[in-house]
Design a protein around this ligand. Structure first.
Ligand code: NAD
Length: 260
């Protein structure tokens, strides 16, 4: 029960990594706000948490919409009596070579990852400062916060940008007891990645098996995907870590795909 008495807001928590973090936080004793663009998915996760004895509340929030973000953070702080942990996790992927990348697609990727991280951070910091309790902000970065891959220019640029935002939050947040860290997963088999396998097979003219073996997992030490549970355990470790020794950092969880 490492998060007993804490309240958390997780974005993009209706699926994949965010869903797994929501479930793990609830098992660790936190009250969890499960927010997602997809309300049905968020509510389904909240119901699962409730039926296993936890406290979860599902809500619709588009992280790139300023008004929705401010309203959702206020609601969480009101319903849970404050906000202690923000996990900025919502994400999308669009892949094209740079020369074929539509500006509208670039903007979509940057809006969800970077605008979303900024808007949720600003609202959470305001709430954490006004409560006087401080808090922890975790970002879902990626190995692509540190390295690049072909056809992922917008995603790579946005994920690198998250490192900068997290470091700025660490500097400005310290005097208010606010810490920030970035979790950088390698490939995790979630709907986001499942969609990319046939897309990349087509773009590179190779089989789906080759995409997994020779593109996604080639650089790992053991050819294994990182699991959602690996990421959730890391999130609990960082969210419950006391003091400022760990702030402004990125923790890479990738089966050795990228070693800092
Ligand atoms: P996923 O597709 O399973 O889940 C992403 C969730 O985000 C979905 O429920 C979706 O509805 C939600 N979402 C999308 N746009 C949104 C918006 N504008 N507002 C609110 N919610 C929105 O993907 P995932 O793999 O669980 O990805 C979660 C995070 O982890 C992303 O930031 C992703 O970039 C990052 N990540 C994933 C991997 C991986 O291999 N799966 C690796 C590194 C980093």
């Amino acid at each position: 029960m490492k998060l007993k008495g804490k309240s958390a807001l997780i974005t993009g928590a209706g699926s994949g990594i965010g869903k797994s973090i929501a479930q793990a936080f609830a098992r660790s004793g936190a009250q969890v706000a499960i927010s997602d663009l997809n309300l049905d998915a968020a509510q389904a996760v909240a119901e699962e948490i409730y039926s296993s004895g936890g406290v979860g509340s599902g809500m619709q929030m588009d992280v790139s919409d300023e008004k929705q973000v401010d309203a959702a953070v206020e609601r969480v702080a009101r319903e849970f009596g404050g906000l202690d942990i923000l996990v900025s996790n919502a994400g999308i992927q669009i892949i094209h070579p740079i020369t074929d990348f539509a500006f509208s697609d670039w903007r979509k990727v940057v809006a969800v990852h970077l605008d979303g991280a900024f808007l949720t951070t600003r609202a959470a910091m305001r709430s954490m400062i006004s409560s006087g309790r401080g808090g922890t902000i975790l970002y879902m970065g990626s190995i692509h916060s540190h390295i690049a891959s072909p056809n992922k220019s917008a995603y790579v640029a946005a994920k690198h940008g998250i490192l900068g935002l997290a470091r700025a939050v660490a500097k400005e947040g310290a005097k208010h007891g606010i810490r920030s860290n970035v979790i950088c997963p390698g490939f995790v088999l979630t709907p986001l990645v499942e969609k990319q396998i046939p897309e990349q097979a087509q773009q590179f003219g190779i089989t789906e098996e080759d995409v997994v073996k020779n593109i996604m997992l080639r650089e790992t030490v053991d050819g294994q995907f990182t699991s959602v549970e690996d990421i959730a355990s890391t999130a609990i470790f960082l969210a419950s870590f006391p003091g400022n020794a760990l702030t402004g950092q990125s923790v890479v969880v990738s089966h050795g795909h990228y070693m800092q």
